[in-house]
Write a protein that binds this ligand. Structure first.
Ligand code: 5GP
Ligand code: MG
Length: 196
């Protein structure tokens, strides 16, 4: 597996540092917003409750690390979206696999944090956000581990981004090529031979 790596773009230590930092910001923002909303200060730390919606499969490792730095009461609802099926390295349009969704019928009263692995064309995040908005959450925030430096991605509104990266196809830390390489601890590019 390691022989397929061309370059390490972001190593595990840089990921860990940034994930912890981002989690601190998310926690502070959510606490501040929910306390503000409440007005009378009743929303003490222990009352702050959120609904996390990770988009599967690519975000699983990011979410696993992120939530260990989010000291908030939370429910986790998964959403499976497929956009780079199999060996594709360009998006082919996103579809939601509804059978792999444990979203409740309504999100009324829920403060939702939607999490994806990478923002590329923006199709996946938009599709998932629209699906959540239909269920009328009290608030909706979005968070991605990676954002590609390309026009389509940079123009998508998103609340939290861990890293901006060059417009290259990357794998590792949960992200796949043909469902392989998800277990690599670093975010890497692959050698061209791998795609042949
Ligand atoms: P978008 O819908 O924004 O075009 O693409 C988002 C989805 O495409 C991500 O959730 C991810 O599954 C996949 N994707 C986009 N870029 C990459 C990439 O560079 N590497 C991998 N492995 N998946 C990607
Ligand atoms: Mg994928």
């Amino acid at each position: 597996m390691d022989q397929d790596i061309a370059t390490v773009l972001i190593d595990r230590h840089a990921i860990a540092t940034r994930v912890a930092e981002l989690a601190g910001r998310i926690t502070a923002d959510i606490r501040a917003d929910l306390a503000k909303e409440d007005g009378d200060g009743r929303n003490s730390e222990k009352d702050v409750e959120i609904t996390l919606v990770p988009i599967l499969s690519g975000s699983f490792m990011f979410v696993a690390d992120l939530i260990r730095h989010l000291p908030l009461r939370m429910q986790i609802r998964m959403l499976a979206v497929s956009s780079y099926p199999g060996k594709a390295t360009e998006t082919e349009g996103s579809t939601v696999k509804r059978e792999l969704t444990n979203l409740p019928e309504t999100l009324a009263g829920c403060h939702v944090l939607l999490i994806d692995d990478i923002l590329d064309s923006g199709g996946t995040l938009k599709l998932a956000a629209d699906l959540l908005r239909e269920r009328e959450p009290a608030s909706l925030r979005t968070c991605v581990l990676l954002r590609k430096k390309r026009d389509t991605a940079m123009h998508v509104p998103v609340d939290y981004v861990a890293f901006d990266i060059p417009d290259e196809f990357i794998v590792g830390y949960g992200l796949d090529y043909n469902d392989f390489y998800r277990n690599l601890p670093d975010i890497v590019t692959l050698r061209p031979e791998v795609f042949q």
